[in-house]
Design a protein around this ligand. Sequence first.
Ligand code: PLP
Length: 349
Amino acid sequence: NRMPEAQAQQAAKAVAGAVRIGANECWTGPFPSGVAAATKLAQEGNRYEPDDEHAKLFAAVASVEGIPADRILAWPGSSDPLSRVAVAYASPTRGIVTANPTYEAIWRTGDWIGAPVRKVPLTSDYRHDVKAMLAADPNAGVYYICSPNNPTGTVTPIADIEWLANNKPKDAILVVDEAYIHWVDGPHAAKLAATRDDVMILRTFSKLFGMAGMRLGLTFASPTLMEKMIRYDGGQVTAMLPMTAVACGTASVTEAALIKQRRAEMNAAREKSVSHLKAKGIKVIPGSQANMFMIDWGKPARPMLDALLAQGVQIGRSWPIWPNVSRVSVGSMEEMEAFNAAVDKVWKA
Ligand code: PLP
């Protein structure tokens, strides 16, 4: 049954003229160096690959992340490899285990292939409950950790991630989705994929790098693990991506100072709204380290979404497990000020 999801997606569709803080997009575009690189490659679009563009991307990522280049692959976003790893390693007899609430794309892939999907509530401090996740299905094919988690923005400690990697069945895959990792000023799980053959890290350029519509994502994993996800021709041509996106990504990943600056600006914009809400006595789920946060209105969230939209501010959706809670994405400082003003107009305790 795909209808509830279709309804959920509605919240992410653009409403003309509204402040768009509903879909965890970056409020600003790609870095200038990325746009320049993409423009150059658009002009050379007659060539399949003007000059080893994929290899340049893998080398740039390898140098930034400390992952061997042969353990890096690129995809049109991270949704595609997320589905593929589930198709490759889960089945009707080897299920999928995830948190709840979390990013649900893999739930739908599980439904599609008839694999049982176990959804394990987050801990009371909003981490993935890795022990309960293993207990929920000790023989799963895929365990999925999203850190920072969409929709809570909360981080699961590396020690917990390592515990699950060490205690899951040897032939199961641990997928760690780091779509929002660029907002975290701390350790990444990526290094696990540098040495282990049963862990896959997902990255995307759709978030901090501002490339959601350009479509570029990465997997870090052993070549053998990724072979099972590769396209039908063995990855010769069907694995090629638009060179504009590849070149934009290559230019962006090494922009350490701009990454830090964007992170700091968006974290400040998030805290501006979080403190505004708290000052009004509105409950915010604590601990977000990403470009989103959640508000527990203490009453159904949907009417709040509608009321804010009537004020020209489009916030995000709710998850069925928490119907009173809305996800809000972080926009620019001006957009968060508009959000704060809209809350002032509509909020009644
Ligand atoms: N993973 C997480 C946790 C996400 O929140 C998203 C998008 O919102 C994705 C993956 C997929 O995004 P994309 O396919 O644009 O990389």
